[in-house]
Design a protein around this ligand. Structure first.
Ligand code: PGA
Length: 255
């Protein structure tokens, strides 16, 4: 079986300030990705830039995603975007359940509805989970399990083929240091176990588990190698085309 390509995803959040800056960063990333064949590069941009960056991505090795989408297809929902709109803009991916959206009121129930709607619209979902803090009693394990169980209610085994789990401990997002690779590896095994229990026997695939939170060129290799994750979700460093390009090359060079 062919080895799965590492998924390196940039989450630009509410950046950069202008479309011209966005195009500039994107063209740098495109250039870096152009010669790399062992990774999949995905950039999740502010929705306003989707159309332009989808156009700019044509013929390149980079694909485009959104950072959120609502669960209704249309209607009186001022300010929101439907997954169909995101899809029709040409995006293939959407992040759902990022801790910054959870902090703005997305509950597990809302996230579940968004995941189902996005999957039905044909998008691949980058489903974010992660504890706010770690205590010695292991409570965070139950916390993440609940997020996964709630988020994946009603998702069929077939649709699960279009879900990535992004494990992002909230305490590492925007922080200086990422999780210890040993702890990440344990978490990856745990997440696979939780998904296996949730879906029962006969799961045809292994859901990719990627890591996010304070990833940079200096720790990308150890996170991917010792953490044994299937990819990275990169915030701040994805806005610096040069440094993000370094992360892409590191991921591409791993055996
Ligand atoms: P960070 O953000 O890389 O800036 O820590 C990661 C994320 O929020 O996805």
């Amino acid at each position: 079986m062919a080895k799965m390509k590492k998924l390196i995803i940039g989450n630009w959040k509410m950046n950069p300030a202008t479309l011209s800056e966005a195009k500039l960063i994107f063209s740098g990333i495109k250039k870096s990705a152009s010669s790399l064949s062992k990774i999949e590069t995905i950039i999740c941009t502010p929705s306003l830039y989707l159309t332009a960056l989808v156009a700019a991505s044509k013929g390149s090795k980079v694909t485009i995603g959104a950072q959120d989408a609502f669960y209704q297809s249309s209607g009186p929902f001022t300010g929101l975007l439907s997954p169909e709109m995101v899809r029709s803009a040409g995006a293939d991916y959407v992040i759902i359940g990022h801790s910054e959206r959870r902090a703005e009121g997305d509950t597990d129930e809302i996230i579940n509805k968004k995941i189902l709607a996005a999957l039905h619209a044909g998008l691949t979902v980058i489903f974010c989970v992660g504890e706010k803090e770690r205590s010695h009693d292991g409570h965070f394990l139950e916390f993440v399990k609940r997020q996964i169980y709630m988020g994946l209610q009603g998702v069929s085994k077939k649709l699960l083929a279009r879900v990535f789990i992004a494990y992002e401990p909230v305490w590492a997002i925007g922080a200086e240091d990422a999780i210890l690779p040993r702890d990440l590896h344990q978490m990856k095994i745990y997440i696979h176990k939780v998904i296996g229990e949730f879906f029962g026997p006969g799961l045809p695939l292994k859901v990719p588990v990627i890591y996010g939170g304070a990833v940079h060129p200096e720790n990308a290799e150890v996170i991917l190698k010792a953490g044994e994750v299937d990819g990275l979700l990169v915030g701040r460093e994805s806005l610096d085309a040069k440094r993000f390009g370094m992360i892409l090359s590191i991921a591409n060079s791993l055996k």
